[in-house]
Design a protein around this ligand. Sequence first.
Ligand code: AMP
Length: 478
Amino acid sequence: MEISSFEQFELNRQLLNAIADLGYTEPTPIQQKTIPISLGNHDVLGIAQTGTGKTAAYLLPLLMKIKYAQGKNPRALILAPTRELAMQIAEAVQQIGKYTDLRHVALFGGLGPKAQIAQLETGVDLIIATPGRLLDLYRLGHIVLKEIRTLILDEADKMMDMGFMPQIRAILEVIPTKRQNMLFSATFGGRVERLSGEFLEAPVRVEVTPQASTADMVEQVIYDVPNFRTKINLLEYLVTRDDFKRGIVFARSKGTADNIYRFLARKVVDPEQVRVIHANKGQNTRINSMDAFKEGNVQILVATDVAARGIDVADVSHVINFDVPLIYEDYVHRIGRTGRANHTGEAITFVTKAEDYHVQKIERIIRMTVPRQSLPRAVEVAETPFDEEQSMLREIDEQRRKDDPTFAGAFHEKKEKNQYPTKGKPQMGVTPIKRTAQPKTAAKSTGTRPAGSRPKAGRPGGAKAGGGKRTGTRGGRR
Ligand code: AMP
């Protein structure tokens, strides 16, 4: 049967009205395939990326099944690898369940558990959680899991990548075996296949080609940039270009975010057109800035990852990663801020030689090599200050040591031999990176010159996805 409207599913009026409010007119392919199977109470193995509408594909039948508030203990559990995803799912539950009286709570780390515990105390029908925090609260006796009848694992491949298997197994041991399961993953193979074999019962497999996935809608580009100052110059160049309509600039730290904000507000754009949000800004200031940005009254939002969680703004033309995120999944979340709702967007990442290591890890997670571009001619390449150079070399040493604990450290070796290059001298080859075919040209920061003349950075040939190696992300992150 061709399903062209939500009315064709056996969903209740509350859900259909909420969908209408959200402006969904027809189900996406993954929704067309998943909803009837799930309503039939079968286990589902869904292969679908973010952007395909997978969240509503499992939430609609789930909310239909748990229907209304009942008792104190949760009857459904959704597991997600990151707090960002957990928050996004919770937001979708809020929207789709708005005409029901269903109670849900999102449990994730990074915040004190007090409010989460208080919410559990009042009774919930549905829990959305990262595995670690769920187990912590369960072991402390705050959650009763014996009434769980539906378990959903979202972004299962990412959960495997992040080393959550032991926690998932522990959860499976404490929830009832008689239940419906749904597993969603962007990819299928290896560990996800094993996981699905372990906990799905005769699942129906549904799959969609990732047509309008975030990654496809977003044009990703990397610029190799030698230092902070040049990053600032490149940022100025990009945000003053005509095609820059509205963008978010991500920075790793609060300090950098503040510096970028100050620079933009003083020198580049009308101060009214730029805002900064990070954890030191009060909640109200953050909400005001976010609203101003959403409403289109502010052109540039400078943000740290923590502060930017859950930003959902359509029509962002650019996401600029001023720094490479150290929590690699944040890259995906960052670029997911553009290219939403069928708009194409551009995600630009600035990478110093010390950050290249992290880019390689990210490329494994996103399973693609992000194309690199030479710095535009108009961007002034600044000299790398001595301290900044030292700090980058130290970071590169630490990265090498992480991959090879026996590595003694080129930085210290050279230091002892007093061979350290003096200020402004090129640093090539001081700490050659094993996996890089060519040394980074970014090290050639000898004064100001037109950047267009610089050679393109050579891409390493092999460090691609699917190599089967651990990605090095933090297993215990919640
Ligand atoms: P997801 O893949 O679940 O992250 O969803 C991606 C985006 O698509 C979200 O912003 C949803 O609100 C939106 N979306 C989900 N289902 C539909 C639909 N049937 N029609 C239009 N937009 C949708």
